[in-house]
Write a protein that binds this ligand. Structure first.
Ligand code: 6PG
Length: 279
């Protein structure tokens, strides 16, 4: 299979850390980033293509976006927005563990997004590999990708697991070395099940990656992802570095408690560029 290739010269990402007092401030800032980037993308390219995560941390962010719609504020161009997922559990779309269901209930049913713009990972009635292949085809068709080329999402929103996983890229997983496929279905030994996930080349080809990280239980993983050291280069979240884009870390104070004074001293809700280069 042909190795995926970049279409531009890789450069160090712009990395920004923003630390918020709590989950609500974080969610508000995430919604504001979504709005700003949606408007820019629609103005420049006619559409905004976003990939959303599972997990619980993004739920306030989804609720904020839905709340803006109800309040008639924010003016998000939903008709021009295409929603994909970064990963999915091997469950039907109506299952409580479904990432599709989670986003659909918390957001999509409450905003005027055309059904055709909702690109969920279809797991029902398929093998894990079959579901991954179908989603790869959906992405290739939507982005009209020539063989070996990568999709370029405008925004990929990610969470962070306490073990440093992101999307469904877990520590030690073969999926981390994938450089030919866009979507894979790794068996997650510790969960005893497969997951469907986009691969690192897809993540790292995004214009913007926005991590949402909350809670003290994430502080160790966050510090390792940002500061490295102690074999952290194999940490999935640390391997997320957009090749030609922006890496935004939106975190709350509890999650930030193990960050170095150097980073913390610089970080503000308004955000601070952590680097022209490596952190
Ligand atoms: C999933 C996610 C996963 C999630 C992290 C953090 O399907 O579970 O995509 O990567 O973002 O596990 O989850 P929490 O936000 O619930 O801590």
């Amino acid at each position: 299979m042909r190795r995926l290739e970049e279409v531009f010269q890789a450069s160090e990402p712009r990395v920004e850390l923003r630390v918020f007092a709590g989950a609500e401030d974080l969610a508000l800032a995430a919604a504001a980033e979504f709005l700003t980037r949606a408007r820019t993308a629609v103005a420049q390219r006619g559409r905004f293509i976003v990939a959303l995560p599972g997990g619980s941390t993004p739920n306030r962010f989804y609720a904020r976006l839905a709340g803006w719609r109800r309040a008639g504020t924010g003016r998000i161009p939903w008709a021009r927005i295409h929603v994909f997922w970064g990963d999915e559990r091997l469950v039907p779309p109506g299952h409580p563990d479904s990432n599709f269901r989670n986003v659909n209930d918390a957001l999509l049913v409450q905003v005027p997004i055309p059904q055709a713009n909702v690109h969920r990972i279809r797991t029902e009635g398929r093998s894990p590999a079959g579901a991954a292949a179908l989603y790869e085809q959906e992405i290739r068709t939507f982005f009209r990708l020539p063989a070996g080329r990568l999709p370029r999402f405008d925004l990929v929103v990610l969470g962070l697991g306490a073990d440093g996983h992101t999307a469904s890229l877990f520590p030690g997983s073969e999926a981390l070395a994938e450089d030919a496929r866009l979507v894979v279905a790794p068996l997650i030994a510790k969960l005893g099940t497969h997951r469907i996930t986009v691969t690192l080349p897809v993540l790292n080809n995004a214009r913007t990656i926005m991590f949402l990280v909350g809670g003290a239980q994430k502080s160790e993983a966050l510090a390792r992802a940002l500061h490295g050291g102690g074999g952290s280069d194999a940490l999935p979240a640390r391997m997320v570095r957009p090749r030609d884009g922006t890496l935004l870390w939106l975190v709350d104070r509890a999650a930030a408690r193990k960050l170095s004074d150097a980073s913390l001293g610089q970080a503000t809700p308004e955000g601070r560029r952590l680097n022209p280069g490596r952190t």
